[in-house]
Design a protein around this ligand. Structure first.
Ligand SMILES: NC(=O)c1ccc[n+]([C@@H]2O[C@H](COP(=O)([O-])OP(=O)(O)OC[C@H]3O[C@@H](n4cnc5c(N)ncnc54)[C@H](OP(=O)(O)O)[C@@H]3O)[C@@H](O)[C@H]2O)c1
Length: 191
């Protein structure tokens, strides 16, 4: 059995992974159900896999954050304390992340190896370009999209699937959180 790999990503309805302008984290739409559900998702033992840019963004946001900011929400703290692999040819360790190590090389090779060797499931948050490459290589078992109720045609940044391959998606789970956020879990297969 190989370890399951989940690409966990937040998105606006129009497919952006972030926004500029006056949008805040979670596009300001989070509520208690979302935050509880996120903490439950990150509770079990698992290994995180991050692209270098997502690691750098998180590390910078955490360093600049103050108490009560979104980046210190309990599920993020839990995520930060899980074992993690950051895939990069440019980062040098040690990293400012308790249980993270750098894997040098291409994520396709690193994750193919981790899937063979890991005793626990693998999960990646964000890491958009890395996960597009992993999806194209057929290494992503689950795409878990949290869809926030906004359209950001003017300010959207980081289109989640820009430049991705084509996929058919089988819906395996869905839920509504706080009455307006959708979580959709798909099994992708290359089209
Ligand atoms: N919407 C969300 O859920 C969410 C969550 C977190 C972050 N984000 C956002 O996502 C963005 C980061 O994503 P990103 O796409 O810019 O970068 P990324 O995927 O996090 O990192 C890209 C880096 O990963 C390494 N890598 C190794 N193998 C790779 C491969 N096969 N393909 C691509 N990269 C590979 C490379 O590092 P080296 O160059 O060092 O080799 C590459 O430069 C940030 O803007 C962040 O704010 C979104």
């Amino acid at each position: 059995m190989t370890a399951t790999y989940t690409f966990d990503v937040f998105s606006s309805l129009d497919g952006y992974g972030a926004a500029g302008g006056d949008w805040s984290g979670y596009w300001g739409k989070q509520g208690p159900e979302l935050l509880d559900h996120r903490l439950a998702l990150y509770g079990p033992e698992q290994r995180m896999v991050f692209g270098a840019r997502t690691y750098r963004v998180f590390a910078q946001m955490l360093a600049a954050s103050s108490e009560g900011s979104d980046v210190r929400d309990p599920w993020v703290t839990r995520m930060r304390n899980l074992p993690a692999t950051v895939v990069s040819t440019t980062l040098e360790g040690p990293l400012d992340w308790p249980h993270a190590t750098v894997a040098k090389g291409d994520a396709v090779d690193v994750v193919a190896r981790l899937k063979e060797e890991s005793q626990v499931p693998l999960r990646s948050h964000g890491s958009l370009s890395m996960n597009r490459a992993l999806m194209a290589a057929g290494l992503v078992d689950r795409v878990q999209v949290t869809l926030f109720p906004v359209v950001t045609g003017r300010t959207g940044l980081d289109p989640v699937f820009e430049g991705a391959a084509d996929f058919d998606l089988e819906l395996v789970e869905n839920r509504t959180l706080d009455g307006h956020i959708q979580e959709l879990v798909y099994r992708p297969t290359l089209h």
